[in-house]
Design a binder for this molecule. Structure first.
Ligand SMILES: *Cc1c(COP(=O)(O)O)cnc(C)c1O
Length: 376
């Protein structure tokens, strides 16, 4: 037995790390050769300058330029904001702050974002699952039955991988249910695609509300690793005891501040508008395909759809991969059998995707038993 295996916490030995899009397909050296529609990133490069004059110094715990810029953008005072290494770090911090290891639980509503469970497992927190209803709404009766059992409740709106917003009424109902017993985290990683639905302004009313944000999606800065946790000051103070002393590096703060300045916001808004238009087109196209049995509504920069069956799902996924186009298989998620997820890339990328799927069907033939045979 290796020394690592001998000494590690025993639950880590069997644990499978998060199968991120980038772990499943590493980008090393081959970024240009493929079309990446598997991680809900924005398409196209950025253009930023960093200032290294003070790079010999540690950055501020929370760089002022960054907090001011995000404060202006989200319309909350800087005291309500904690900048983190991506929203993922926010998830981890909340669990580490509020869950006693090997004692407390988090509550998730699958199908949902995978990192809630991974971070919980990593910390030794139990996971209570209250699945979304068939219509992808919250199961409020199911949630009510768990009041008192969980310390942290994760809601994702718009949801990943489903794409739909939770209604503000449902979120409010969940907040009321857990008012005395749990932190309610609303993950708004995709809120820029329908900003009027944000619940960040509810912080005054709900002391146990936490909102997660990121620059990875609509701001096209996934490589930067910058996210924000929005919460009341006592919550921020508690999270600040757990977070690393210099969580945001100076170059990250510089680039993020630029992206949040007015011309950066303008570009973001244009990107969101284009993405929303392309998403409508992709949904329309998918709905017309006979191999597609369901297209999910989306308020985000991706579309989830269900294939007629497993064979077709694999056929489409593998056919695209062979042509250098990577999308995400979500079929292992609860109630998402035969489902695939496509991130909204550029118009060219989506055109190529549609063409490639057509190519797959043109060069192979699926007979009625769904046995795929290569056309002669
Ligand atoms: C992408 C994503 C995150 C993580 O964002 P980072 O800031 O890149 O860590 C969090 N939540 C959801 C729902 C996401 O899709």
């Amino acid at each position: 037995m290796s020394i690592a295996n001998k000494l590690a916490r025993k639950e880590l030995i069997a644990m499978v790390p998060y199968q991120s899009a980038r772990r499943l397909f590493a980008s090393s050296g081959d970024m240009q050769g493929k079309i990446w529609l598997n991680a809900n990133e924005a398409s196209g490069p950025g253009n930023y300058q960093v200032n290294s004059d003070s790079i010999n110094r540690y950055p501020d715990f929370q760089p002022e330029n960054l907090l001011k810029a995000y404060s202006q953008y989200c319309q909350l005072p800087t005291e309500n904001i904690l900048a983190t290494r991506g929203a993922d770090e926010g998830i981890e911090l909340i669990i580490r702050t509020f869950c006693q290891a090997y004692q407390d639980s988090v509550l998730i509503c699958p199908p949902t974002y995978g990192m809630y469970a991974i971070s919980a497992e990593n910390h030794g927190a139990d996971i209570i699952k209250v699945p979304l209803t068939k219509n992808l709404t919250l199961d409020l009766a199911g949630l009510k039955a768990q009041v008192g059992q969980a310390k942290v409740v994760f809601l994702c709106s718009p949801g990943n991988p489903t794409g739909n917003l939770l209604s503000q009424d449902e979120i409010q109902a969940a907040l009321e249910l857990f008012a005395e017993s749990a932190m309610v985290v609303v993950d708004e990683a995709y809120i820029e695609f329908s900003p009027e639905q944000s619940v960040a302004s509810w912080l005054k009313k709900y002391p146990h509300l936490v909102v997660l944000r990121t620059l990875s999606k609509a701001f096209a800065l996934a490589g930067l690793r910058c996210g924000f946790t929005l919460a009341n000051t006592d919550v921020i103070a508690m999270l600040s005891k757990v977070i690393a002393p210099y969580p945001v590096s100076a170059p990250v703060a510089d680039i993020a501040s630029t992206a949040l300045a007015s011309s950066g916001l303008e570009q973001m808004n244009i990107r969101v508008q284009e993405t929303n238009e392309l998403r409508v087109q992709l949904i329309h196209w998918l709905a017309q395909q006979e191999w597609c049995s369901q297209v999910f509504n989306s308020d985000a920069n991706f579309v989830l759809f269900r294939c007629q069956n497993e064979t077709i799902k694999s056929f489409i996924f593998d056919g695209l991969a062979k042509q250098g186009i990577l999308i995400r298989d979500q079929s292992k998620q609860l109630n998402l059998s035969d489902c695939l997820r496509i991130s909204i890339g550029s118009e060219d990328e989506l055109n190529l995707l549609m063409k490639s799927i057509k190519n797959s069907f043109a060069s192979e033939k699926i007979n009625t038993n769904n046995v795929i045979t290569t056309k002669a």
